[in-house]
Design a binder for this molecule. Sequence first.
Ligand code: GUN
Ligand code: ZN
Length: 436
Amino acid sequence: MTQQKAWRAAIVHCIADPKEVGVDAAYEYFEDGLLVVEGDKIQALGDATSLLKDLPDSLLVEHHPNALITPGFIDTHIHYPQTDMIGSYGEQLLTWLNTYTFPEESKFHDKQHARNVADRFLAELLRNGTTTALVFGTVHKVSVEAFFEASQVHNLRMICGKVMMDRNAPDYLTDTPESSYQESKELIETWHNKGRLHYAITPRFAPTSSDEQLALAGKLLSEYQDVYLHTHLSENKDECAWVQELFPHSQNYLDVYDQNHLLSERSVFAHGIHLCEHEYQRLHDTGSAISFCPTSNLFIGSGLFNLNKAEEHKVNVGLGTDVGGGTSFSMLQTMNEAYKVIQLQNENLNPIKSLYLSTLGGAKALRLEDKIGNLAIGSEADFLLLDKKATPLLTSRLALSKNIEETLFVFMTIGDDRAIQATYSAGQCVHQRDSF
Ligand code: GUN
Ligand code: ZN
């Protein structure tokens, strides 16, 4: 018999996009809620007193009066091989890549090194409440094998792919169109849809792939209906100018990918800062998504993501940390910086919208909303306990909070890994803050 267990606490989750239904209709909140889990799935969600009436007395209930339960966070863009180079000083994208990133990524030809970093990377994600991520490997096939093997240990829903990169990078980090096609294919055959794992075809970005390689990436995407496409798009002005030089026959940056049939319902483009109307329209028409990466966009000086424009064109958007360009594994801190990026454009990012972007919105961007992203009955039991008394400042500030929107906003402004009391993946505890 599968085990049934319940968690009693305040509970909040999104059920729709606030942009579509308005803030109030976009979430459910239970001040004294109960989340019932059977095996790896959510069996019931609601008000604790009324639900408990119909449940057996023998049901194991963990009561957390100081906690707020939310779905696990979804990070729609991150590089696991860049874990140890987070906080690298002083450069913008193209020099940052050459100075710090490529030398660091060269270490991942060694599977033992890759596994060591993958283990620490996943521990860091879980400490921060992230239960699903769309993850870059390196050009080395073993980097992806190590990542998937590490993810399997915790039964995490994770998406990863081998970087395809055949030019404009050091020789020690390049593949060829044929080898990248073949190795990606082998990885898809072995790992895609194995348990909770999925594969993403991962050309790094247009400048580091030849037309031939991008065409083969498109061929792969057409050969496997439900694999992902994960790359970068229009992050930095110099990058955009370089793409125009390298691909003179493309109408714009996105068109390079479009011409190679890389836009799809499972295509996720990181950044998308400097886009024209036509690019937003094509992203919408093809059901592609953008990953908004505020800490990275500020840290490497790339620019301000225009969420309004993406919403106007009904483009799917998720939130990403983009570590190591990004400066934090914490999705709470990523929401903090997202708020500031939107402030600088004279708009307000509502806390329910931020919660949406980092949970259900991320799941929708990844086409996984039937499995993760909220606490609907039948969903996979990926959830968090946020501790309202995690720090003295959280304790005093939250004591003055008047409603759940304010509570969420405080968590996402001054909260970080310390606020994550516990993280659950498929009903199992994968991080407990206070375990010694
Ligand atoms: N564009 C191409 N590669 C990268 C990378 O590793 N990080 C970021 N932020 N942008 C990129
Ligand atoms: Zn990135």
